[in-house]
Design a binder for this molecule. Structure first.
Ligand code: AHM
Ligand code: MG
Length: 338
């Protein structure tokens, strides 16, 4: 009898490693440990309504936002899993002001640093809406055997070796890229494994969805206001009016648009001239996935992946999704400055 044909995340990672003649398995080890952290965080997220884990942890993170207990748990879990991989020498996390560096001999010898938002969209946890974990992996620029330095983390997104996210949704998925396309894995809870479910993901060049927090409309730049009106005009050739869909969880909003075609916008506003989202651990990894799936990611004027970061928690306006839709909003933005 033929068995159930599956390819697990770990099998896939090892298979890909053999495509690089000189690969030493470090990146594979890291990705596998992120997969383990994802399963543990997933379990906790699933039980969020059952145990006393909801509510503020009593602390405010350095962005001035209240930390939920699950943010803290997810951060601690990522740190723990990455430390025990011995393939990571340091972490920049949304939940920690400075970079976390590992000073044990094994980790100091590791080649990679990681930037992560351990639990993105966590304000949605209390109401049972999808949240995610985002990660971005860089090869360090400081010498191996030493403690990592700030410049290891402040590399432009084009230097990412791998990036991905986990979405804790109606099912749990891990989506990642190493710069050779995007692959998605769905967690099969019956066997506790991420299984390849979305090989070689490509996003449509056009879409019918726009995702933006329209409550901030009056604060948006003129170009964004005009683009929103453009989305709402009836035009049967382009399928307009587009549907407006906004969850308020970057991973979930992006993931839906990746699969269906659409644009996600978090622009600069009058009160937040640099936008809200963070370059290192939100926009760069999501932008890398977008590009690898045939989409686009910009700050309205510049390619996200080419921005040289100046600080760990730097914010940036963010426009990402189907390439023709991002090009269109850029036209509106650019026509406003001419
Ligand atoms: P967080 O990292 O503190 O969860 O904030 C990021 C989240 C994103 O997931 C989402 O796209 C955005 O904030 C929503 O912001 P807003 O509520 O202003 O629309
Ligand atoms: Mg967060």
């Amino acid at each position: 009898m033929k068995g159930y044909q599956i390819k697990t995340l770990n099998e896939f990672i090892i298979e890909k490693q053999t495509e690089f003649a000189f690969a030493r398995g470090e990146l594979s080890g890291l990705l596998q440990h992120i997969g383990i952290a994802a399963k543990i965080i997933n379990k906790k997220v699933n039980k969020a309504g059952l145990v006393d884990i909801l509510g503020e942890a009593g602390a405010t993170n350095i962005q001035g936002e209240d930390q939920k207990k699950l943010d803290v748990f997810s951060h601690d879990q990522m740190v723990q899993s990455l430390k025990s991989s011995c393939d990571c020498c340091g972490i920049a996390s949304e939940e920690n002001e400075g970079a976390i560096t590992f000073d044990d001999e094994m980790s100091k010898d590791a080649s990679y640093v990681i930037c992560t938002d351990p639990l993105d969209g966590s304000s949605n946890i209390d109401v049972n809406v999808s949240v995610g974990t985002i990660f971005s992996i860089y090869r360090r620029v400081s010498p191996k055997g030493t403690e990592p330095m700030l410049e290891d983390f402040l590399q432009p997104g084009i230097k990412q070796v791998a990036a991905g996210y986990i979405i804790y949704g109606s099912s749990t998925m891990l989506v990642y890229t190493t710069g050779k396309g995007v692959n998605g894995f769905t967690l099969d809870p019956s066997i506790g494994e991420f299984c390849l479910s979305h090989p070689r993901m490509q996003t449509p060049k056009d879409g019918l969805i726009y995702s933006i927090n329209e409550g901030n409309y009056v604060k948006f730049p003129e170009g964004v206001k005009k683009y929103i009106k453009y989305c709402q005009v009836i035009d049967k050739d382009t399928g307009r009016p587009y549907s407006s869909r906004y969850i308020g969880s970057l991973v979930a909003d992006f993931h839906r648009n990746l699969l269906k075609g659409g644009i996600f916008i978090y622009p600069q506003t009058a009160s937040a001239p640099k936008g809200k989202l963070r370059l290192l651990y939100e926009c760069n990894p999501v932008g890398f996935i977008a590009e690898q799936a045939g989409g686009k990611a910009t700050d309205g004027f510049r390619r996200i992946l080419e921005i040289k970061p100046e600080s760990l928690h730097q914010r940036t306006p963010f426009y990402t999704g189907s390439i023709n839709m991002v090009n269109k909003v850029e036209e509106f933005l650019q026509s406003e400055i001419m």
